[in-house]
Each structure stands twice: as structure tokens, then as C-alpha cells.
Design a protein around this ligand. Structure first.
Ligand SMILES: [Zn+2]
Length: 108
């Protein structure tokens, strides 16, 4: 993902509208690109300001705004990886179990 693509997706990211894969790449890019990081900072501040003007009760800490966003995304990504590893292991266990049952069946 390059800077242009990332900057086009800033609003979608803040609104939580990106696909998982997109979001992962988006965050990866932001982490390594000070320019886009700054851009996200501006957008997230503006959007948080709008939410507050709309009467949102939440406390917004503008200093950690971007980090909060990024950390939430990274936590989500970690959960996904954990889940897919778990599903993968479960499949192996089921396959082995099935195999075991079939073998036992044949051996009487
Ligand atoms: Zn960039």
C-alpha cells in the first residue's frame, strides 16, 4: 500500500469501514510512514472534534488519539491471528481423530 492509497482510506479507517486485510496493511503503513501518521493525526482529531460537537459524552484525549486508534487495530489483528491458529489446530485434531476412528473400524 502506498501513501496515496493510505491517504484515500483515512476516512474509511476512522469510520471503521475497512476490510480486515486493508486495515492491517493500512496500520502497517502508518507505523512506518511519518507523513501518513501525521495525516491520520489531523483526520482523527477533526473527526473526534466533530463527534464532540455532535454531543458525544466520551472523553477524548487528543494526545493519544492516533495511538488509541492504531492500538485497537493491532489488538484486533492479533485476535484474528490467534483465532485462525486455533481453528487450524482444531482441524488437525478432528482429522487425526477421524483417521483414528477409521483405522480402528478397519482393524475391528
Ligand atoms: Zn505514507
Amino acid at each position: 500500500m502506498n501513501c496515496k492509497q493510505v491517504q484515500r482510506q483515512l476516512v474509511s479507517y476512522i469510520n471503521g469501514e475497512l476490510e480486515e486485510k486493508e486495515e492491517e496493511e493500512f496500520v502497517k503503513h502508518i507505523r512506518h510512514c511519518p507523513e501518513c501518521y501525521e495525516e491520520l493525526e489531523v483526520y482523527s482529531t477533526v473527526f473526534a472534534g466533530i463527534r464532540q460537537l455532535d454531543g458525544a459524552e466520551e472523553e477524548i484525549d487528543y494526545r493519544t488519539l492516533v495511538e488509541d486508534y492504531l492500538e485497537t487495530s493491532e489488538e484486533d489483528a492479533k485476535d484474528e491471528h490467534f483465532l485462525s491458529t486455533y481453528v487450524f489446530l482444531l482441524r488437525i485434531v478432528v482429522t487425526v481423530l477421524l483417521f483414528y476412528m477409521i483405522v480402528r473400524c478397519f482393524l475391528g
